[in-house]
Design a protein around this ligand. Structure first.
Ligand SMILES: NC(=O)C1=CN([C@@H]2O[C@H](COP(=O)(O)OP(=O)(O)OC[C@H]3O[C@@H](n4cnc5c(N)ncnc54)[C@H](OP(=O)(O)O)[C@@H]3O)[C@@H](O)[C@H]2O)C=CC1
Ligand SMILES: CCCCCC(=O)/C=C/[C@H]1[C@H](O)CC(=O)[C@@H]1CCCCCCC(=O)O
Length: 347
């Protein structure tokens, strides 16, 4: 069988901005016969995620991430359907997902590396398994529950950076559902601000590209900031932390503003920000969703119930075609997405 796949064509360099030409589309042939334990899957949807920027480097800088190899097929989150199987745990027609799905239109995979999913959890919106009812929804929910210390009735204000993205858009809605009285998002465009306030119920939204973030935070968080869901790091986070209340909590989810720089993860903080954290007794613990796998089933069920009952609204930016994987990744890294960036590979 002839299939299309995406390979890593070149590396952007540790300090470089990724470009679509770092990826290359190729044709390849799949072996006609499955071996014991293997399944043939058709790819439905693929995910592009910020951590992939680290996998473009020869040294990813994170012990749990392996580098993509030049001229080899790249991989990440994917969902697809089993077309034929020689594995006892997967049957034809099963919908399956994996963190290591090859960027390929069809693939032969070990059945043992696939998780079967129940399409009823997402009312048939299978791309949600890569977002709101998948890793990014889990990151938002478990990040808040494990590191946010949100308490009903405590009149807390939560600020979210990268608020209109996959994790951020869900985190703000969960902050509100869990009891924060004000939820304020920071993001990079007027359209994003409008979506946060008008569609997702955020109390206010700040466009960091056009507005004075410090001044707008003062205005929209009159009682200060208690919880900060940090997706971006850098200057935006320094500004937020400077306005946090004593005993506040930073959920250190990601630092995308630093991923095109040759710095370790998490990147070092300025003296001033370190002093702000110390003097105000603010916690800032690193959060990694993969460390909470024992809580995933219950968390996915909770996310599914919220999505099905429309208490959480899901935003997606969907691009069609495997040939657009590289462009979709680069666009997401620059803010081209509202909600989860998804690539639809087949119907
Ligand atoms: N800890 C964990 O277990 C996990 C952490 N993450 C982290 O969460 C964060 C969000 O990931 P995800 O939701 O998948 O991605 P998003 O859907 O949020 O997409 C990335 C967004 O980052 C914003 N961005 C890009 N560059 C900058 C910059 N220099 N300054 C401010 N914002 C920027 C852009 O939005 P805008 O237009 O607003 O600039 C862009 O849309 C990332 O840091 C990621 O590494 C993700 C999954 C798991
Ligand atoms: C080094 C920067 C990482 C910043 C945080 C982040 O984005 C983490 C993302 C992971 C999250 O815990 C869940 C995921 O899906 C991300 C990692 C996926 C790991 C796949 C491993 C693939 C491999 O290397 O073989």
């Amino acid at each position: 069988m002839q299939v299309q796949r995406v390979v890593l064509n070149s590396r952007p360099g540790k300090d470089g901005t990724p470009v679509p030409e770092n990826f290359r589309l190729e044709e390849t042939t799949l072996a006609p016969e499955l071996k014991d334990g293997e399944v043939l899957v058709r790819t439905l949807y693929l995910s592009v995620d910020p951590y992939m920027r680290c996998r473009m480097n020869e040294d990813t800088g994170a012990e749990y991430l392996t580098p993509w190899q030049l001229s080899e097929c790249v991989d990440g989150g994917g969902v697809g359907v089993v077309e034929s199987s020689r594995c006892t745990t997967c049957a034809e027609g099963d919908v399956v997902t994996s963190f290591n799905w090859p960027w390929q239109t069809h693939a032969v995979m070990a059945g043992s590396g696939l998780q079967k999913v129940d399409s009823q959890l997402v009312d048939g919106h299978l791309s949600y398994f890569l977002g709101a009812v998948g890793i990014t929804g889990l990151t938002a929910l478990l990040g808040i529950r494990e590191k946010g210390y949100v308490t009903k009735g405590a009149n807390q204000t939560m600020v979210i950076s990268g608020a209109a993205g996959a994790c951020g858009s869900i985190a703000g809605q969960i902050g509100r559902l869990d009891g924060c009285v004000r939820v304020v998002g920071i993001c990079g465009s007027e359209d994003k601000c409008k979506a946060l306030v008008e569609d997702l119920g955020f109390s206010a939204a700040i466009n960091y590209r056009q507005e004075d973030v410090a001044a707008r935070l003062k205005e929209s968080c009159p009682a200060g900031i208690d919880v900060y869901f940090d997706n971006v790091g850098g200057a935006i986070s320094d500004t937020v932390i400077a306005q946090m209340n004593n005993g506040g909590h930073v959920i250190l989810c990601g630092q995308i503003s630093q991923y095109n720089k040759d710095v370790p993860y998490p990147p070092p903080l300025s003296e001033e920000t370190q002093e702000n954290l110390r003097s105000k007794n603010i916690t800032r613990e690193r959060f990694m969703v993969l460390n909470y796998m024992s809580k995933v089933d219950a968390a996915l069920f909770e996310l599914s119930q919220w999505v099905k009952s429309a208490q959480i609204k899901v935003l997606e930016t969907v691009v069609n075609g495997i040939e657009n994987m590289g462009a979709a990744f680069c666009s997401m890294m620059k803010g081209g997405n509202i909600g989860k960036q998804i690539i639809k590979i087949s119907a």
